[in-house]
Design a protein around this ligand. Structure first.
Ligand SMILES: Nc1ncnc2c1ncn2[C@@H]1O[C@H](COP(=O)(O)OP(=O)(O)OP(=O)(O)O)[C@@H](O)[C@H]1O
Ligand SMILES: [Mg+2]
Length: 169
């Protein structure tokens, strides 16, 4: 598995565009204990340390099933255990067929006909407020399968203070 610290999304090895992603095995970070992690202790602690320092987004890339999502969630779980807040934006499947579908849970209800850019701004505003309370870690899973609007949201989040991103591809 390749681990990259990136200020901007990096072209993944073995892009998975077009194939159905694996179903999520761990609901929103912090709500359910993740499966125990076997091995990869060094990688996991390096990842946790990097996320704690907020040194910029992390991209985990590699072949399907190698454990990218598991490792990302395990690292986020460790930070949630010590007080961080967490969210997930998951690419692929039916949600990615709708603009902002993978991030719909982050978009506040707004009356009227709001343009997509307004919905992105509203989601960012909500997350910025949350991050003031507790540092926020966002899993952007299967980023190559995100719709353009959700990818835009993740791109803005990556530049937000008190927000750390771990992406998989
Ligand atoms: N280090 C580990 N310890 C325990 N279970 C693991 C570990 N790594 C992966 N798994 C388990 O193996 C399965 C596949 O891992 P995961 O979904 O994280 O792979 P992935 O690289 O994200 O795959 P995809 O490319 O399809 O998204 C999952 O059930 C996951 O919980
Ligand atoms: Mg995965």
């Amino acid at each position: 598995m390749a681990v990259r610290s990136a200020a901007a999304p990096v072209t993944p090895e073995g892009s998975k565009s077009g194939r159905r992603p694996a179903a999520s095995t761990w609901p929103a970070a912090g709500s359910v204990a993740p499966r125990p992690t076997i091995g990869r202790e060094q990688l996991l602690s390096d990842l946790v340390r990097h996320l704690e320092r907020q040194d910029g987004p992390i991209l985990l890339s590699g072949p399907a099933g190698i454990g990218k999502t598991h490792l990302a969630r395990a690292s986020i779980g460790r930070l949630v255990d010590i007080g961080a807040d967490a969210e997930e934006i998951i690419g692929g499947g039916a949600p990615s067929a709708v603009p902002l579908g993978p991030a719909a849970h982050l978009v506040p209800a707004i009356a009227g006909d709001v343009p997509l850019a307004g919905l992105i701004a509203a989601a960012l505003d909500g997350l910025r407020r949350r991050a003031v309370e507790r540092r926020l870690i966002v899993l952007a899973d299967d980023i190559d399968l995100l719709d353009a609007a959700s990818a835009t949201l993740v791109g803005h989040l990556a530049r937000m203070e008190r927000v750390a991103i771990v992406a998989t591809s």
